[in-house]
Ligand binder design. Structure first.
Ligand SMILES: NC(=O)c1ccc[n+]([C@@H]2O[C@H](COP(=O)([O-])OP(=O)(O)OC[C@H]3O[C@@H](n4cnc5c(N)ncnc54)[C@H](OP(=O)(O)O)[C@@H]3O)[C@@H](O)[C@H]2O)c1
Length: 191
């Protein structure tokens, strides 16, 4: 975040406004969702290239169904979309080195993050069902492991709709964006 008067930041926060800008949110989410992935995936790739040359290795990268239609998911969706495409590129690049890369695209799954999120969580899955689905997808080396089926199908259809329609639909996700923004603001205020 750029230099800013912290007292002013606190005051505006008390008045329940959101002084955090879209760019601040994007940079913060990039730090966790992209740098976190790069910081874990590339050491694994390097390790497998040097130690597992003659064995099959596997890397699972967690994105989100929201990454299929980033315009709906806002900044979170943008980063998750990058993660999906990174997974595809890595899968193609390292196939010759026997490294399998699988991208996991969950819908709602019970977790701390899901608990904290306001509003409806349609088709939420238990952690055990999600784990079983992921395990099965990895065993079958599916490039994309997306679930639950109905949500994955819906997002696939939605991703093919015209951009003008998606712009309208993204308004319904205003609540989600405010939630991400508020989380980032709370984090910055703690600094
Ligand atoms: N749950 C869902 O419905 C859902 C849906 C789609 C995608 N996903 C994706 O699934 C993945 C796991 O999420 P979850 O639902 O299991 O959430 P979670 O229970 O809140 O777990 C998130 C994990 O990420 C760690 N973490 C968060 N920020 C971090 C940071 N800056 N540096 C290092 N570690 C950090 C947390 O560490 P601490 O334990 O130390 O806090 C925690 O272990 C995420 O990539 C999420 O986007 C989840």
């Amino acid at each position: 975040m750029r230099d800013r008067d912290h007292d002013v930041l606190h005051k505006v926060a008390e008045e329940d406004k959101l002084p955090v800008e879209e760019e601040d949110v994007l940079r913060d989410v990039i730090n966790t969702n992209l740098n976190g992935v790069l910081n874990t995936v590339y050491p694994a790739v390097r390790y497998f290239l040097s130690h597992n040359k003659n064995k099959v290795s596997q890397i699972a990268i967690v994105s989100s169904l929201m990454g299929s239609v980033p315009i709906i998911g806002g900044t979170y969706g943008c980063t998750k979309s990058f993660v999906i495409n990174l997974g595809h590129v890595l899968r193609t690049t390292y196939a010759k080195n026997n490294i399998r890369v699988n991208v996991v695209l969950p819908g709602w799954v019970e977790s701390r993050m899901a608990d904290a999120f306001p509003g409806s969580k349609a088709l939420i899955m238990s952690t055990s069902s999600a784990a079983a689905t992921i395990k099965n997808g990895l065993a079958n080396d599916r490039a994309v492991i997306d679930f639950p089926t109905i949500a994955a199908f819906t997002m696939d259809v939605v991703s093919r709709l015209p951009i003008a329609f998606l712009n309208e639909a993204s308004r319904f996700m205003g609540g989600a964006r405010s939630f991400v923004k508020k989380s980032v603001q709370d984090k910055l205020l703690k600094k």
